[in-house]
Structures are given as structure tokens and as C-alpha cells.
Design a protein around this ligand. Structure first.
Ligand SMILES: [Mn+2]
Length: 307
């Protein structure tokens, strides 16, 4: 079996991506990166926004996909971009151009002043999946939920009104797609707010969707861990659907702050260590094992800090 190297959120950090690819043994053959032993990359989405070299990241990812050297799932940032640049039946953008939404997308808007070029990238996003089940290995941007993944297959890609339906909270499309690309969230009780990494205050928390959250309090449920969150009961327990006997499952999205990568469970690892937020890019080198090996993470960090 040929191995896969799974890479977490990149957010426009092409230099870190190139350094990670070369550490993993990939070489640029003129058109795209490939591995001499036939290994392939699985990209976990969130290639755009924030960083300085978004076009270069997209070209590397797309080149490898089109060359057959990689597979990929979309992240919430790509899906948000599709909505930002699409109009609904009422003539308004599916993702409203509020100051908060513009700010989140600003680096991409600045780096792609040519609407025609950007529209072409959006069309490319629309052809990519939201989850991958390769048998011995699964990949998703934020959350693996067996039922949501089944439902995704029934909903299909973005043909017809899927993107517009997804933009309506409460719709079947929103419940399903958001579960997979944003992950489940829980409401904090009245009066509590949660300060996120980008400085906004939210009344929701992201949760540990791989465990049974019945009976858990907010401190136990929140992911990543945050000692500032009080040990108050979870209001409504968010929907989850990760089987403990799943094959190795990899996700990104959560911008972990740990200094070194680690698995969450023998069959589960998050590969987003906050590139561009003071963190680093992270990959896992998978060779068919059913137990994630803590020694097989590779990062974009310089050698003395290597794991
Ligand atoms: Mn994300």
C-alpha cells in the first residue's frame, strides 16, 4: 500500500507548506510536487484567508490534485468564500458582506483583485468533496459524524440550490454541512461569553465531538481546552456521531496551541496547529496502520524544534 501524508490548515502560508512538503520528501518536478515513492497528500482544507501567499498555496494544492499526487476536502473558509461570491434568489450574497465577514476574507480579497480569476478558483472549490473515506483512513475538515457523512452523500455537491439551502440555518443542508466543516457547537448559558483566538467574543463553544457529551459540563466539553470556561452544565447537548471503532480519522480546523503535535485518541488526530497564529503546519505520515503512531507527525518548524 502506498502511504498518505495528511496536511492540516494552511491559510496562505506557502513557505511553510513548501518546507513541510520537502521535509516529507516531495519534490517539485516543474509542474507540481510529487513523491519518489508514490506517496500522496491528503489536504484538509482551509487554504485561503489570513496568510500572505494564498495564490501560491492554491496553485500547489491544485497542481498536486490535478497531477494525481493529492486528494483534498474543503474547509469552512473555502465554502464561506463560495457563499461570499454567490447571490441567492433574493439577489443578496449568500454570505452577507458584514464587516466581520469581510475582515475574515480580507487577505484573499486583497490578493485576488481580479474577479474573473477568483471566480475560476471558486468553481474549482465547487468540484471538491467535504469528506474522504479511503477505507483505512478518513479525512474531514472539522468533524466526522457518521450520519452527517451519509447525509452529505445524499445531498450531493453544490449543484442546484445546495449552497443557498446551506446558507439557511435550520435547513437539512445547513445541519449536515455545518456539522462537517464547522463542527458542532454548544451555547453558553446567558451572560457567559467565550473569547476566541481572533479576538471576537462568542456565546458558543466548539466541543469535543468524539466523546459522549451527555453529562459533561462546559469546561469538559470545550475544544480546544480552555480553563477560563466555568464548570457549568452544557445547555443543549450538541449532536455528535463519531464511532469509537472508526479507522484513523484526521481533521483540522481547531488551531491547537500545543508546542508539539499529539493524537487525541489512537484513531483520531487534529492536524491544525495554528499556522500564522504563532503556530506551525502539521502533517501525519500514514502507512496503513490502524493505530495512529505518536512518532509520525511532521511539522514545518525548524529542525531543532522537530518532533
Ligand atoms: Mn476551519
Amino acid at each position: 500500500m502506498k502511504g498518505y501524508d495528511i496536511i492540516g490548515d494552511i491559510h496562505g502560508h506557502a513557505d511553510e507548506l513548501k518546507s513541510l512538503l520537502s521535509k516529507l520528501g516531495y519534490q517539485h518536478g516543474g509542474q507540481f510536487y510529487s513523491h519518489p515513492a508514490g506517496r500522496r497528500i491528503v489536504f484538509l482544507g482551509d487554504w485561503i484567508d489570513r496568510g500572505p501567499k494564498i495564490r501560491e498555496v492554491l496553485k500547489i494544492v491544485r497542481g498536486m490534485l490535478e497531477g494525481g499526487e493529492a486528494l483534498a476536502v474543503l474547509g469552512n473558509h473555502e465554502v464561506n468564500a463560495m457563499r461570499f461570491h454567490s447571490l441567492g434568489s433574493d439577489g443578496n450574497p449568500l454570505r452577507p458582506h458584514t464587516p466581520k465577514n469581510v475582515k475574515q476574507h480580507q487577505a484573499t480579497l486583497d490578493q485576488f483583485p481580479d474577479v474573473k480569476e477568483w471566480t475560476e478558483w471558486i468553481h474549482w472549490f465547487a468540484g471538491l468533496p467535504l469528506s474522504l473515506d479511503l477505507g483505512g483512513l478518513r479525512a474531514v475538515h472539522a468533524c466526522w459524524d457518521d450520519e452527517a457523512i451519509r447525509e452529505l452523500n445524499a445531498i450531493g455537491r453544490w449543484e442546484g440550490k445546495v449552497l443557498e439551502c446551506y446558507s439557511r440555518k435550520g435547513s437539512r443542508e445547513h445541519e449536515t454541512i455545518s456539522q462537517v466543516i464547522n463542527g458542532p457547537e454548544a451555547q453558553l448559558p446567558e451572560g457567559f461569553l467565550n473569547g476566541t483566538a481572533d479576538g471576537t467574543m462568542r456565546s458558543e463553544i466548539r466541543v469535543k465531538w468524539w466523546r459522549d457529551l451527555n453529562g459533561a459540563n462546559c469546561r469538559e466539553a470545550i475544544f480546544p481546552d480552555d480553563p477560563k470556561i466555568p464548570e457549568i452544565p452544557l445547555g443543549e447537548v450538541p449532536r455528535t456521531g463519531f464511532s469509537p471503532d472508526s479507522p484513523p480519522t484526521f481533521f483540522g480546523h481547531y488551531a491547537l496551541k500545543e508546542a508539539a503535535p499529539a493524537r487525541i485518541a489512537p484513531n483520531l488526530a487534529c492536524l491544525d496547529y495554528g499556522t500564522g497564529k504563532g503556530g506551525f503546519l502539521c502533517a501525519y505520515r500514514w502507512d496503513g496502520e490502524s493505530i495512529i503512531d505518536p512518532g509520525k507527525f511532521t511539522t514545518s518548524k525548524q529542525s531543532e524544534e522537530d518532533v
